[in-house]
Design a binder for this molecule. Structure first.
Ligand SMILES: C[S@@+](CC[C@H](N)C(=O)[O-])C[C@H]1O[C@@H](n2cnc3c(N)ncnc32)[C@H](O)[C@@H]1O
Length: 278
């Protein structure tokens, strides 16, 4: 095979996805540029969503057609919308009724020509995951709550703008909402419980991506992505790579100006982990 054919061919040894060699290589670049997310009226009600277009790329890299995908913190249902768009089967868990209902409506409103099976489970991920069989999923992708920043430290300008549009600025008042835990250590401990179950329900050799950004708590900068890496490794996953997801379309604010450096956080991380043999 000449080098040009080699790039446009799907390697017969490729058991992971249906990408040709060129597309496979492109997706392993450690920087992605996030397209400005399309927010329909339903999705816009949720305070912290990710863009389907990025999740589509991850699903197409980490599964073949008809693969089975899990999101244990489903929110407005973006992962299931991406499953419908790629013909993958998907299961999402969401604690808060309001978001689960929005996820159901968004999923049902999506053209699903490949007949993907899509299920929204309402409940606490810590409990729902326990009911699932071992090694049932080909890929897991999620964005967990960012501790309690929506309650305490969320950017006041963004918060004020959402309030003025009558949109919610937090997930819920529920005690079992991980975003309402007071202590950061306790929060990370409970995330660990979810991640251990995720490892159990994921097939051997398969991947899990966690999409997060860092944040500030008062004057303290919290490197959330590195804490997630630690918790995932304690849950038995190995870190395989970090992709920086550039969010160039966000507004710039003069946070520390003119007294101190305060970062405008304009990127997220896609943290990619694998379930390897112990
Ligand atoms: C960052 S959001 C996910 C947003 C989602 N990626 C989207 O695009 O809409 C995290 C979600 O986790 C949910 N959540 C919090 N605690 C939970 C729990 N114990 N079990 C399941 N879901 C939970 C919150 O209600 C919130 O919708």
């Amino acid at each position: 095979m000449n080098p040009v054919d080699a790039k446009s061919a799907v390697d017969p040894r490729n058991k992971l996805n249906e990408l040709n060699n060129r597309d496979w290589m492109m997706e392993t670049k450690s920087v992605w540029f996030c397209r400005p997310p399309q927010r329909d009226n339903l999705k816009a009600q949720h305070p912290a969503t990710f863009a389907e277009s990025d999740i589509v790329r991850l699903i197409e890299f980490f599964t073949k057609s008809e693969g089975k995908v899990l999101d244990p913190f489903l929110g407005s249902g973006s992962t299931l919308v991406a499953c419908a768009q790629t013909g993958r089967n998907g299961v999402g868990i969401e604690l808060v009724d309001q978001w689960a209902e929005i996820a159901i409506q968004r999923t049902q409103g999506e053209p699903n020509s490949a007949g993907a099976q899509l299920r929204v489970l309402k409940g606490d991920a810590r409990e729902c995951l326990k009911q699932m069989p071992d090694e049932d999923f080909d890929f897991i992708v999620t964005s967990p709550p960012y501790w309690s920043i929506l309650r305490k430290d969320w950017d006041h300008k963004v918060k004020a703008e959402r309030k003025s549009r009558g949109l919610q600025t937090r997930y819920s008042d529920q005690d079992d909402d991980l975003g309402n835990l007071e202590s950061y250590d306790e929060f990370l401990g409970e995330l660990g419980v979810v991640f251990e179950q995720c490892r159990r329900v994921l097939g051997m050799g398969r991947y899990m991506c966690v999409v997060v950004s860092d944040f500030r708590h008062g004057s303290k900068f919290i490197a959330y992505h590195s804490d997630i890496c630690r918790v995932m490794e304690s849950a038995g996953f190995t870190l395989e790579g970090i992709t920086v997801l550039v969010q160039d379309s966000k507004n710039l604010y003069p946070y520390g100006l003119p007294f101190a450096f305060v970062s405008n956080i304009h990127h997220q991380y896609i943290l990619t982990f694998r379930k390897r043999q112990p």
